[in-house]
Design a protein around this ligand. Structure first.
Ligand SMILES: Nc1ncnc2c1ncn2[C@@H]1O[C@H](COP(=O)(O)OP(=O)(O)OP(=O)(O)O)[C@@H](O)[C@H]1O
Length: 362
C-alpha cells in the first residue's frame, strides 16, 4: 500500500507545489508552521481540492485534475485523526469507538473493538465519557475510532500537539505499536523533530509549500544539509540498534553496525530492535581513543563531510559502520584537528546524554 502525491494549489498568496511518495509505515510531513503540511493532508483526505495534479493510493486514483476526478472524502476510506481528537462528548468511549464502525465498508477487514482497545490501552476506560479522560487518552480513543472505520490509510495532523510532554511520552509507544503491528500506512504531520525521530519510517521535509527533501528517516535526519531547516538544537542522527544485554549497574548495552552503546536502562528484552536518537551536540570528536574519561561510549568513525554554519560552528557527518552520526563542533576544533573527509576519528558519547524520550521501538 503506497500513497503518491503530486499537487499544486494556490491559497491566497501561498503556493503549494508538492510531490512525494509515502510507502508503508509512518510518513512524516515535517515543516514549520504555515509550510503547507495541513493543506497536503487535507488534499489527500479530499477536504480541499488541488488546482492541478494527481493523488493515488495503491494505484487507485483519489484525485486527477487531468481526468476531472475528485473522489469525495467519504469514499476514500481514509481515517483522519485531528489535533483535538473531536470526540462526541455525550458518548462514552465505547460509543465513540463503535461510531467508527459505522463507516467501515461491509467486507472490509481490520481489528475489532476488543483488539483496538487492547492495542491502545483503552479496555478499562470504555464506560467513561471524554470529559473524564486525559488528553492522551482522548487521542487514543480518536485513533481507535479512526482504526475501526477500517481505513486503507491513517492521516494524523499533529495528533500530539495539544498534549504536555508527559502525555506525549505516554502515547508514543501506542503510535509505535500502530506502526509496527497494523501495517497500515500513516501520513503524520508534525513540526516536532523528536517525535518524528521516534516514529517516522519516511520523512518528507516541507518548506514554503515545497518538498525540500524526502527519504528514509535515518538518511534524512543524518543529512547535514537539513540542519538549517530543522535547527541546530534538534540536529541529530537516528540509529537502528538492538538490545544486547542489561548490566547490574543499571546500564543497557545495545549493538548496531558501528559498535556498541551503553545507555541508561532500557526496559526491553535482549534482541528487541530499538531506535536511538543521538543529538549532534552530544557527540565529541577525538583524534585518539580517549582514556581516563567518564564518557562510556567511544566509536570509531570516519569524516564524511564538514558543513559550515552561520556562527563559529560546523556540522560533521560521520560514517559509523553502516550508519551515520552528526557532530556539532567549532570551526576552531575542526582546524586544530585538521579535519577533512576520509579522516578516521573517534566519536565519544556520554551514556546519560541520550534522553529516555529519544529511545524508541525499532
Ligand atoms: N483557505 C485558505 N485560503 C488562503 N490561504 C490559506 C488557506 N488555507 C491555508 N492557507 C495558507 O496556506 C499556508 C499553509 O497552511 P497550512 O495550514 O497547510 O500549513 P501547516 O504547515 O499545516 O501549518 P501549521 O503547522 O501551523 O498547521 C499558510 O500560509 C496558510 O495561511
Amino acid at each position: 500500500m503506497s500513497l503518491s502525491v503530486s499537487i499544486t494549489r494556490q491559497q491566497g498568496d501561498f503556493t503549494l507545489d508538492a510531490a512525494f511518495d509515502a510507502p508503508e509505515g509512518i510518513t512524516a510531513l515535517l515543516g514549520k508552521s504555515g509550510s503547507g503540511k495541513t493543506s497536503i493532508v487535507n488534499a489527500v483526505a479530499g477536504l480541499v481540492r488541488p488546482d492541478r495534479g494527481r493523488i493515488t493510493l495503491d494505484g487507485e486514483v483519489l484525485f486527477d485534475s487531468a481526468r476531472g476526478m475528485h473522489v469525495p472524502p467519504s469514499r476514500r476510506r481514509l481515517g483522519y485523526v485531528f489535533q483535538d481528537g473531536r470526540l462526541f462528548p455525550h458518548f462514552n468511549v465505547r460509543q465513540n469507538l463503535t461510531y467508527g464502525l459505522r463507516f467501515a465498508p461491509s467486507g472490509a477487514t481490520g481489528p475489532d473493538l476488543a483488539s483496538v482497545c487492547d492495542m491502545l490501552g483503552l479496555s478499562h476506560l470504555t464506560d467513561r465519557r471524554p470529559g473524564a479522560l486525559s488528553g492522551g487518552e482522548k487521542q487514543r480513543v480518536a485513533i481507535g475510532r479512526a482504526l475501526l472505520s477500517r481505513p486503507r490509510m491513517l492521516l494524523m495532523d499533529e495528533p500530539l500537539a495539544s498534549l504536555d510532554s508527559a502525555r506525549k511520552a505516554e502515547i508514543l509507544p501506542y503510535l509505535e505499536r500502530l506502526r509496527d503491528d497494523t501495517g497500515l500506512p500513516i501520513l503524520y504531520v508534525s513540526h516536532s523533530v523528536p517525535e518524528i525521530a521516534r516514529l517516522a519510517t519516511t520523512v518528507v521535509l516541507i518548506d514554503a509549500g515545497k518538498v525540500t527533501g524526502a527519504g528514509p528517516a535515518e538518511r534524512i535526519l543524518s543529512d547535514p544539509s537539513v540542519v538549517r531547516q530543522i535547527g541546530l538544537r534538534e540536529a541529530g542522527a537516528v540509529i537502528p540498534t538492538r538490545v544486547l544485554e542489561h548490566h547490574d549497574d543499571g546500564l543497557s548495552e545495545l549493538v548496531f553496525s558501528g559498535g556498541r552503546l551503553l545507555l541508561p536502562r532500557i526496559d526491553k528484552p535482549p534482541e528487541t530492535p530499538v531506535r536511538v536518537r543521538i543529538l549532534a551536540h552530544d557527540v565529541i570528536l577525538s583524534l585518539h581513543a580517549p582514556q581516563g574519561m567518564s564518557a562510556l561510549n567511544t566509536l570509531p568513525v570516519t569524516v564524511l563531510s564538514l558543513r559550515e554554519g552561520d556562527g563559529p560552528g560546523m556540522i560533521a557527518q560521520l560514517q559509523c559502520g553502516d550508519d551515520r552520526l552528526l557532530a556539532r563542533i567549532t570551526r576552531r576544533s575542526a582546524t586544530a584537528m585538521d579535519l577533512s573527509p576520509g579522516k578516521p576519528l573517534f566519536a565519544v558519547i556520554k551514556s546519560v546524554a541520550v534522553a529516555r524520550a529519544d529511545v524508541g521501538a525499532g
